[in-house]
Design a protein around this ligand. Sequence first.
Ligand code: SF4
Length: 530
Amino acid sequence: MRQWRLLDTGSRTAAENMALDEVLLTARSQGRAPDTLRFLQFNPPCVLVGFHQVVEQEVRLEYCRREGIEVNRRITGGGALFWDTNQLGWEVITTLDYPGVSRRLEQLYAQLCGAVARALQRLGVPAAYRPRNDIEVRGRKISGTGGTELGGAFLYQGTLLIDFDVETMLRALRIPTEKLKTKEINSLKERVTCLKWELGRVPPQATIKQAIAEEFSREFNMELTPGGLTPAEEALLARRLPYFRSGEWINAVQGPEGRAELRSGRRTRGGFLRSSLVLGPGNRRIESLYLTGDFFAHPRRSIYDLEARLKGLPADPVLIRRQVEEFFRDSGARLPGIKPAEVAAAINDALVKKDYPRQGIPAAAVNDVFTVVKPLEEITAAPVVLLPYCAKLPTCRFRGRQGCSECGRCDIGTAYALARQYGLEPLTIQNYEMLARVLRRLQREGAPGFLGSCCEAFLAKHRRDLERIGLPGILLDIDSSTCYELGQERAAHAGRFENQTTLKLDLLELLMARVAPGKARRQVAVAAHA
Ligand code: SF4
């Protein structure tokens, strides 16, 4: 039977734990450390962003500073996580050629998560593996996981929620919590769970660790012996720790700060992929490109290599797509759940915005405007303005249905009045199914396009559906926290989202003027010059 080390590094700071991840993986890849199962905890609490994420986009830094919550970066991909002192981390560090380890990523996830799920079952919790990389209990997540590889070795890690402080998590991560009500916090509690909520008590730590250790022993047919860091690992840790404490590491992924940036985001099976692009003089070449998000990349550096490969390239969508596809083919890099064509599409979604100012969109607003099916310059007419029901006052009698009496108590009233002025029909959209019905009807009637307002997350989720329907459209982002940011898509879908969003009325009016029927447009133009 193979021998593994059982390494319990206890409660440590975020920087120590992150440095240890790198040290353990490096040492294993160099054959200077044994296969290892590690348990880890954090003290003080911390937020850890995924390797490809931008700290400012994910973390409420001011709140974390005030509350003594550390911020650091993982060496693995995935989304930002809040770790309080009640969570237990587990990690497997071994080699890709270890007997019985699956070479296919999704099977590997299933294998590792399955072992932890079985350990939880032994504790009395009906846990199960949920693809791609979660462990859930009756649909609620109890452990998120992720991994990375280095030189033939891999590290796969997971969090196990033992007890969970939802309120602090919501305040530490970039979710606009000023508006969160108890009801909304409860809705998040419906999506996650922890051992304490499941069992009504917290089992002793030793019992939890023992159950996990035994299941991994069985899974990998090995025997665990408690051990500490090797001298080589200690030396490497001492050398690497200052770097993991530094801003250079924590802010290693940056957006193009202070420069005119073109942004877009796409939801894919492998996670959210955000593309931020800065073009050089005359918009002719790519000056810099950042691909960030909660995805995984193998090897990790492949994203940087891709960004470097595209830098300096002419700003041409066909060329970009070809280069992206060649890069993945030549390098063997993998972004699980994301196709090269989707990476190219995310970059090109941002690239098309370079032409928006010529189309009358203020440069500062180009990232608030999206199109589907056709580029902006080809969408010049639409008979309707589609408005989200969540912008209506929560207590309004029209909140759950069509119409508005234009009482002036929310942005919808102004939008309805503007639509009438421009000769457009305003419609309130309750959910995606209704939107799809309206778009199909418009298409049957021969409408040239549509104008609408929705949040970027809704568009990211339904972009492909809208493209399938095929009616060209201009969509305008909305202000304030949306159901997606608050994790309430399901409540919103059922018409139970209780927040109120606001519309970007100036931009909406500008776009109404663009698509309004000719006569109304001329009247507006005359009025504007009067
Ligand atoms: S403006 Fe319209 S939607 Fe808003 S509160 Fe008044 S009636 Fe309701």
